[in-house]
Design a protein around this ligand. Structure first.
Ligand SMILES: [Zn+2]
Length: 281
């Protein structure tokens, strides 16, 4: 599995002192060898998002605030298309997209939680439209619930969405009673670490994946469940992320990954390296 990205993501979409910053990509792109990928088209984005949202991001010249955490400026549309494009390339090439802004909170018609367009969802729809893949699973181990991905695919039985997340926690969704035919939420109390995550993977996620039998797995790979992440309260270790990635390889014949959260600039490159090692095993 190779890394896919675009060096403009370390420069575009500045966010002042926000934890979701261009520096996240700067530290990653300096650390790794990676392949460049082209931007997504607006048509790719419109497979998942309302035109009104896409145009609002496109036309953000000064600062457009979607919520107190989520800003778009004049370079954000370009960044969001590049992030979606690298995610599409990751699916085409069986790679791991190092991208920002992240995507899993972006709903069909609403940007929120640092996310403008839903990169993993756009890549899943691309695979269905252009690569002849019909059944796609998305495994989201970012520490936050991916309410946007859930929203986009809630009524779609061709996409299985599985999320492991701290709960109750931002954004508030993904509780134990929020389940669907092809939506599996696994809310976990603060303080969980490798043992709890791996047990959930083996006891809940693996059977769900075997029942669904996806042709393609896209991992929404956030690293903010790490013990040293500043935004959450989980205790997953570097070895834990390596193991999560390694075990997920068994769920589908094709596997790709897309970066979501992970906000400790010191540990993020190490955790991405561990995830990559797991995916390459
Ligand atoms: Zn997160």
């Amino acid at each position: 599995m190779n890394l896919v990205s675009n060096d403009a993501l370390a420069r575009l979409h500045p966010t002042h002192n926000h934890p979701e910053s261009p520096q996240r990509l700067a530290v990653l792109l300096k650390r790794f060898v990676w392949e460049p990928a082209p931007a997504a088209t607006q048509a790719d984005v419109l497979r998942c998002h309302a035109r009104s949202l896409v145009e609002r991001v496109e036309l953000s010249h000064d600062e457009t605030w979607f919520d107190p955490d989520t800003v778009a400026t004049e370079t954000s549309y370009e960044a969001a298309l590049l992030a979606a494009g690298a995610s599409i390339a990751a699916v085409e090439r069986g790679g791991f997209a190092l991208v920002r802004p992240p995507g899993h909170h972006a709903m069909r018609d609403r940007a929120m939680g640092f996310c403008l367009f839903n990169n993993a969802a756009i890549a899943a729809r691309y695979a269905q439209a252009e690569l002849g893949v019909s059944r796609v699973a998305i495994l989201d181990w970012d520490v936050h619930h991916g309410n946007g991905t859930q929203d986009i695919f809630w009524d779609d039985d061709t996409v299985l969405y599985v999320s492991l997340h701290q709960w109750p926690f931002y954004p508030g969704t993904g509780g134990p009673d929020e389940q669907g035919a092809t939506t599996l939420n696994v809310p976990l109390p603060a303080g969980c670490g490798d043992a709890e995550y791996l047990r959930v993977l083996d006891e809940l996620v693996r059977p769900a994946m075997e029942r669904f039998a996806p042709e393609l797995l896209i991992v929404s790979a956030g690293f903010d469940a790490h013990e040293q992440d500043p935004l959450a309260w989980m205790n997953v270790s570097e070895d834990g992320f390596r193991e999560l990635a390694g075990r997920s390889l068994a769920y589908a014949p094709r596997v790709a990954a897309v970066l979501e959260g992970g906000y400790n600039l010191t540990t993020l490159p190490t955790l991405v390296a561990a995830g990559l090692e797991g995916f390459q095993r």
